[in-house]
Design a protein around this ligand. Structure first.
Ligand SMILES: *[C@@H]1O[C@H](CO)[C@@H](O)[C@H](O)[C@H]1NC(C)=O
Ligand SMILES: *[C@@H]1O[C@H](CO)[C@@H](O)[C@H](O)[C@H]1NC(C)=O
Ligand SMILES: *[C@@H]1O[C@H](CO)[C@@H](O)[C@H](O)[C@H]1NC(C)=O
Ligand SMILES: *[C@@H]1O[C@H](CO)[C@@H](O)[C@H](O)[C@H]1NC(C)=O
Ligand SMILES: *[C@@H]1O[C@H](CO)[C@@H](O)[C@H](O)[C@H]1NC(C)=O
Ligand SMILES: *[C@@H]1O[C@H](CO)[C@@H](O)[C@H](O)[C@H]1NC(C)=O
Ligand SMILES: *[C@@H]1O[C@H](CO)[C@@H](O)[C@H](O)[C@H]1NC(C)=O
Length: 400
């Protein structure tokens, strides 16, 4: 504000003066107002007995502006029609309707679905008998071409599993689907390899599976995955596991830390950045956290594009940041990276024999603070040409 001669210019002095003048005026008004209010309060105090204040209140209420009319309330009739169970006369319905999983083919959009799926019971004990189930979630392009093998795997274990399929919306099932997969396609959207919409699909699968309160463990699989053990072994392994299985490690190279984007600060730092296979297995608590994440996932949606490959980084990073204590940091799905390149190797038909499958079934690992021979429960990538050989060997090696 000071001029070249270190003195205040004339016009700023007059401004200062006019500001002071305004100040004096405002102060006067405030004093007058305070004086008036005090007088008013004293008068109303004395007039209290003359029901002055009552009249005053009524006056001000009737002067309120008219609001828009409320929508009509939902009637009991509409609600009970919705439940399909409106005959309460002679049998106990209890929680039956509430516990029944909604139909796989709903018309919720993603926002509605994730919100609905994010709900959880605050009372941890169940007031009813409940068989915990494993949700097998298949993320596919088209058909699950190893379906006959999975049919053998699931046979006789109905009630202990649920199946969900997310496939390309443009896929039209030409031939009838096999029973286990029949009607299990969830409302799906387009998925591109390495794109963040792959994780949107994974969250969609998790959310659909969460709608069934009996699902306790959640496995992500692809159409080229096979089970390495029979159902009872897989079920006990997962139900008794104290940890989640989301592969996560720090890869200092250009295809690890090199994919980190500085714009992800401050939510995600380079130190927190992790890599891992997308084929996860997790419990209900973690699945709830994944579908309700509204802090880190949007950062990936915005900045982890192109050669960032969100599907290899989002879950490993998110889980390692917030839930690392419950994570084993390893995947339950075996893949062959030995041949290099951006994609794991496909297993050729000629490679499949008893010895090969036995070797996949007996890799050393840690399980619940103990060592185990069953490191992997699933394996990929098995093309359609391997189906007949696998189904022939399955009874001998995999016991199903
Ligand atoms: C509910 O069911 C009753 C009797 O079955 C029917 O009269 C009524 O129109 C239904 N209401 C709705 C909203 O569908
Ligand atoms: C309710 O169910 C009982 C037996 O299940 C049946 O006798 C009765 O007619 C039903 N009532 C209505 C209103 O549907
Ligand atoms: C799928 O099938 C329906 C009916 O059969 C047909 O209208 C639609 O064009 C098909 N879509 C594709 C992508 O083939
Ligand atoms: C399942 O496989 C295990 C070995 O992995 C075997 O001991 C068990 O008997 C099999 N169960 C059935 C029902 O075949
Ligand atoms: C978990 O392990 C215990 C002891 O090994 C076993 O008795 C139980 O059946 C297992 N639970 C399941 C669901 O397999
Ligand atoms: C998994 O990795 C985290 C670091 O991200 C580490 O703190 C934790 O101990 C690891 N858990 C196991 C079971 O190795
Ligand atoms: C580890 O395995 C051994 C032998 O199978 C068993 O006796 C022991 O109870 C296990 N320990 C834990 C912590 O599960």
């Amino acid at each position: 504000m000071k001029g070249p001669n270190n003195q205040y210019p004339l016009n700023s002095v007059s401004k200062l003066f006019s500001v002071q003048l305004h100040f004096v005026q405002i102060l006067t008004y405030i004093l007058l107002l305070g004086f008036g209010l005090t007088i008013g309060i004293i008068i109303s105090f004395y007039l209290k007995d003359c029901s002055f204040s009552l009249q005053f209140t009524q006056l001000s209420l009737s002067a309120l502006p008219r609001t828009t009319p409320l929508p009509p309330p939902i009637t009991k009739q509409e609600i009970s029609n919705d439940s399909n169970d409106n005959n309460h006369s002679d049998r106990h319905i209890g929680l039956n309707w509430f516990l029944k999983p909604p139909h796989v083919k709903h018309d919720l959009d993603d926002e509605e679905l994730l919100w609905r799926a994010s709900m959880t019971a605050k009372i941890p004990e169940y007031p009813f008998d409940r068989v915990p189930k494993v949700a097998f979630m298949f993320l596919t392009r088209g058909p699950v071409f190893l379906a006959p093998l999975w049919e053998k795997f699931f046979k006789g274990h109905e009630g202990y599993y649920s199946v969900y399929v997310h496939s390309n919306p443009s896929y039209n099932a030409s031939h009838p689907e096999s029973p286990v997969f029949q009607g299990r396609r969830i409302p799906s959207k387009k998925v591109e390899w390495g794109n963040v919409n792959m994780i949107e699909a994974e969250r969609r699968l998790l959310a659909n599976a969460l709608l069934d309160i009996s699902n306790q463990r959640f496995v992500l699989l692809s159409e080229s995955c096979i089970p390495l053990f029979n159902f009872s072994t897989v079920y006990s392994y997962l139900m008794n596991s104290t940890l989640n299985h989301v592969m996560a490690f720090d890869d200092p190279s250009s295809v690890g830390r090199g994919r980190y984007r500085i714009q992800m600060l401050p939510e995600i730092t380079l130190r927190q950045w992790r890599k891992g296979s997308q084929w996860f297995e997790m419990n209900r608590e973690l699945a709830l956290e994944v579908v309700s994440d509204r802090k880190y996932f949007p950062v990936f949606q915005e900045y982890c594009t192109g050669s960032c490959y969100a599907d290899e980084h989002y879950l490993p990073t998110f889980v390692s940041m917030k839930f690392w204590e419950g994570n084993s940091n390893r995947s339950l799905t075996w893949v062959d990276w030995s041949k290099g390149g951006p994609h794991p190797a496909r297993i050729a038909r000629s490679e499949i024999n008893v010895k090969f499958l036995e070797s996949l079934r007996s890799k050393k690992c840690k399980y619940n603070d103990n060592s185990t021979n069953a490191c992997f429960l699933f394996a990929r990538k098995f093309p359609p040409s391997t189906l007949s050989r696998l189904t022939n060997i399955a009874p001998e090696v995999m016991h199903f």
